[in-house]
Design a protein around this ligand. Structure first.
Ligand code: CP
Ligand code: NVA
Length: 307
């Protein structure tokens, strides 16, 4: 049966570990496997802007022997005249995999239902699961393990990054804390899904409104833009609402002395994070960005093996 990667809990803990292990191997020996040699084509579709996702998928597909086809929705029929499922029916006749960055998660689900080739979520309003594979790879590289670590995400708790931390962290057996204003708490269904997974992996999920309480003694501190793509009209109000959640050196000092700092980028220095933290010694953002390549290559190899 074709496997898709639409949200972080599409993988079991063992599957997530297999993919991270493969990513480590591919990082050591970048051109070792060529499952897309032929070359086969992978469609990589963007409804929203991207630097890291676009480049890491293009380079990753080429590393695996394939040919990436980057499509901007603005220049395609998808999103205008054609449904995700009809698009999927056409693409599957020509490509080996579909990678899509879009708005509503529901569109990805329709795309996946309509096709026999794997569909990968390259970011939706609800989740950013490819980024989480890279984040987990980065944390494991620096800490040697994932299960049992405590990670705090601060800012927009209803954002794709916060919600992916809930699910992916729970799958990994981590203790996930989200610190957000009450009005930006994660979706209740996502929280209960994460709680159900955490109950099987030894992880946990806790929601906070107080940033200081949320970062006390933690291993990893994470934040993301306060103004996700599609929310630009709310920028002024969001900057005001999230002001108390900035990760600055005072807040970092409440976490473990060697706590890691992660940010998926792009970052707004002086808003969600101060420059001294994001550019400081505890920050692992450049490893995190590079790991998009290795983690997604491992994911693609794994999905092709299952297909
Ligand atoms: N982190 C991330 O997904 O970056 P891009 O928007 O540049 O792809
Ligand atoms: N939460 C951000 C992530 C960007 C990679 C957004 O959706 O814009």
């Amino acid at each position: 049966m074709t496997r898709h990667f639409l949200r972080d809990d599409d993988l079991t803990q063992a599957e997530q570990l297999d993919i991270l292990d493969l990513a480590v191997e591919l990082k050591k020996d970048r051109y070792r496997v060529k499952p897309l040699a032929g070359p086969q084509t992978v469609a990589v579709i963007f409804d929203k802007s991207s630097t890291r996702t676009r480049v890491s998928f293009a380079v990753g597909v080429a590393d695996l022997g394939g040919s990436p086809l980057i499509i901007s929705t603005a220049n395609s029929q998808l999103g205008g005249k054609e449904t995700p499922s009809d698009t999927a029916r056409v693409l599957e006749r020509m490509v080996s995999m579909i990678v899509w960055r879009t708005y509503a998660q529901a569109g990805l689900e329709q795309m996946a239902l309509g096709t026999t080739v794997p569909v990968i979520n390259a970011l939706s309003d609800e989740f950013h699961p490819c980024q989480l594979l890279a984040d987990l790879l980065t944390i494991r590289e620096h800490r040697g393990t994932l299960a049992g670590l405590t990670v705090t995400f601060l800012g927009d708790g209803a954002s794709n990054m916060a919600q992916s931390y809930l699910l992916a962290g729970a799958v990994a057996g981590m203790h996930v804390r989200i610190a957000s204003p009450l009005s930006y708490a994660p979706d209740a269904t996502v929280v209960s899904d994460a709680e159900a997974v955490a109950a099987t992996t030894g992880g946990s999920v806790t929601l906070y409104t107080d940033p200081a309480e949320a970062v006390a003694g933690v291993d990893v501190v994470v934040t993301d833009t306060w103004v996700s793509m599609g929310k630009e009209d709310e920028k002024a109000q969001r900057i005001e609402t999230f002001g108390a959640y900035q990760v600055d050196s005072q807040l970092m000092a409440l976490a473990k002395a060697d706590a890691l700092f992660l940010h998926c980028l792009p970052a707004d220095r002086g808003f969600e994070v101060s420059a001294d933290v994001i550019d400081g010694e505890q920050s692992v953002i450049w490893d995190e960005a590079e790991n998009r390549l290795h983690a997604q290559k491992a994911l693609m190899v794994w999905l092709l093996e299952k297909a």
